[in-house]
Design a protein around this ligand. Structure first.
Ligand SMILES: [Zn+2]
Ligand SMILES: [Zn+2]
Length: 155
């Protein structure tokens, strides 16, 4: 099956001339998506609420996903869950842009990929640990202490 080149693109053309406060909810459900080289995600589930405001299109988003990573303690791979909630205004004109600098493009296609990437990157823990009480590896023999014990562990 051909992959959608812009899986997070929304055409907001239908809202541009709609009455103020008109809103529409859009759902996303993608089995996998790459938000850049270092952010390879699985099961991206999202809900985006678009609202026409006097200054632009307000995007209120709620996304969950997971990434396959290696635990820094036991070196086993696991699914790190990610969740983010954000709202951003895509301005109609440059004089109403927010700090994020987002603007509704001329073709009315808002692509959430870059923004979502920024928000997910904040959510990635600095220390990737498979579970809070991960026992890690024995520093002597390298045994994974989540599964086994070894002679080096004194109880
Ligand atoms: Zn671990
Ligand atoms: Zn050991």
């Amino acid at each position: 099956m051909a992959q959608n080149r812009f899986p997070l693109r929304i055409n907001v053309g239908f809202l541009l001339n709609a009455p103020i406060s008109t809103s529409r909810e859009i759902s996303f459900d993608l089995p996998s998506i790459k938000l850049g080289e270092d952010l390879d995600l699985k099961n991206l589930i999202g809900k985006v609420n678009l609202t026409r405001t006097p200054k632009g299109i307000l995007v209120e988003a709620d996304f969950s996903s997971s990434m396959f990573v290696e635990c820094v303690r036991c070196l086993e791979e696991y699914d790190q869950k990610l969740h983010t909630v954000f709202s951003e205004l895509y301005a109609f004109h440059e004089n109403s842009v927010t700090e994020s600098g987002l603007i509704v493009p001329e073709d009315a296609n808002i692509d959430l990929l870059t923004v979502l990437r920024e928000y997910f990157l904040i959510e990635v823990p600095i220390k990737l640990i498979c579970k809070e009480d991960c026992k890690g590896l024995c520093s002597e023999c390298g045994e994974n202490l989540n599964y086994n014990t070894c002679e080096h562990q004194v109880h």
